[in-house]
Write a protein that binds this ligand. Structure first.
Ligand code: NAD
Ligand code: DAU
Length: 350
């Protein structure tokens, strides 16, 4: 069956993996990547598929409601998979309003564009909002986030994502818009922008720069390989129930400091350095304000209802990720020049 799907944020980290999966797995679908190309958007992420006959790119900001309406008229989509967002917690602490604009207002613009274009004929239509486990707040030493865990966001980023989730549900409850939401844990893998823990530390280890661990380093995250998130998104988009939420996680909890030490060991091997050399770069610095202690997802529902389970072990995923950064030094150079240097200085010279 043929479909036209708008994927927002398709030039970003997760979005580029979702676009690639859909373009290659569904040659009969028309895939429209709608992205404003902010600092985090990079068409180099999609070089291998950009000539595919079923791939289209629209450089549009989701804050621009008129242009969104035009894209809907031009491409006549049956579905939207919405990933465009400001996604970095530390930047949300520096500039919260940017997160309100893109994540809240941008999402409502997109909901309006879909509702208006589909004119209440929702048969075969779907609006899929990709969200985060951070909306649930922080866990103590035990327990997991389920789909019914109460929202309790602590950073401007997670507050903006929680707000966008509420708007998506409100459009379902008020206008019957056929929506589905997923809340996923921390992703890692190729094309990850080096402002986030894993790619930032890989880059700094290569350059023998300090590895800035926030606070006591005992914060816990649940890591999922990005391609496994993309396969979950494929399943939820096609088989998820309208109005439902699906939690997606890696069954893979790591304390930051243990993960950083593992990364140092793997990188020492890769770089032919003495064991223990990269660990010397670890530097404990001032904690992130409002830092959530622990995230952990209970992904039972998506496993039971849709048969999804992560396919890549952390060992394999980290090895693939490290290899990718070694093979893509040019990509790394491009994204760490210019504005990145100013951000880095502002964030880490406090
Ligand atoms: P990213 O920062 O790598 O990419 C975001 C993309 O959105 C970029 O291509 C950027 O150009 C685009 N964008 C930003 N503002 C825009 C605007 N106003 N209009 C149009 N495009 C705009 O983000 P990511 O890490 O790939 O995350 C994608 C989505 O998944 C986000 O919604 C995020 O909240 C969610 N998520 C991320 C993770 C994670 O670990 N990275 C985990 C769970 C959920
Ligand atoms: O849980 C899902 C979320 O995961 C996504 O919604 C976000 O978009 C994504 O950025 C990510 O958020 P985190 O804040 O968990 O990811 P980050 O890589 O920024 O940080 C991971 C952990 O590492 C966190 O406890 C903070 C710590 N950290 C991070 C950086 C950048 C450090 O100790 N030092 C650092 O320099």
């Amino acid at each position: 069956m043929s479909k036209t799907i708008i994927i927002t944020g398709g030039a970003g980290f997760i979005g580029s993996h979702v676009v690639r999966l859909f373009v290659t797995k569904y040659p009969s679908y028309k895939i429209v990547n709608l992205d404003a190309l902010t600092y985090a958007g990079n068409l180099e992420n999609l070089r291998d598929i950009e000539q595919s006959p079923n791939y289209y790119f629209e450089k549009v900001n989701i804050l621009d409601a008129d242009s969104l309406n035009e894209v809907f008229q031009t491409h006549q989509p049956d579905g939207v998979i919405h990933l465009a967002a400001e996604s970095h917690v530390d930047r949300s602490i520096l500039s919260p309003l940017d997160f309100v604009y893109t994540n809240v207002i941008g999402t409502v613009n997109l909901l309006n564009a879909a509702k208006q274009f589909w004119k209440n004929d929702f048969n075969g239509k779907r609006f899929y909002h990709v969200s985060t486990d951070e909306v649930y707040g922080a866990l103590g030493e035990t327990g997991f986030f389920t789909e019914t865990t109460k929202y309790d966001p602590h950073s401007p980023y997670s507050a903006s994502k929680a707000s966008s989730d509420h708007f998506v549900r409100a459009y379902h409850d008020t206008y019957d818009l056929p929506v589905v939401i997923s809340n996923c844990s921390n992703n890692y893998g190729p094309n990850h922008f080096p402002e986030k823990l894993i790619p930032l530390f890989i880059n700094n280890i290569i350059q023998q720069k300090p590895l800035p661990v926030y606070g006591d380093g005992l914060y816990t995250r649940d890591w999922l390989f990005v391609k496994d998130h993309a396969t979950a998104i494929d399943l939820v988009f096609h088989k998820g129930k309208n109005g439902d939420t699906y939690n997606i996680g890696g069954f893979n909890e790591w304390k930051n400091i243990d993960l950083v030490k593992l990364l140092c060991q793997l990188m020492d091997k890769k770089l032919g350095r003495q064991p223990g050399e990269s660990e010397k770069l670890i530097t404990y610095i001032q904690d992130r304000p409002g830092h959530d202690r622990r995230y952990a997802i209970d992904a039972t529902k998506i496993n039971k209802e849709l048969g999804w389970y992560p396919s890549v072990t952390f060992e394999e995923g980290l090895a693939q990720t490290i290899d990718w950064y070694f093979e893509n030094q040019e990509w790394l150079k491009h994204v760490t020049s210019g504005a990145y240097k100013q951000y880095y200085e502002r964030q880490y010279s406090k």
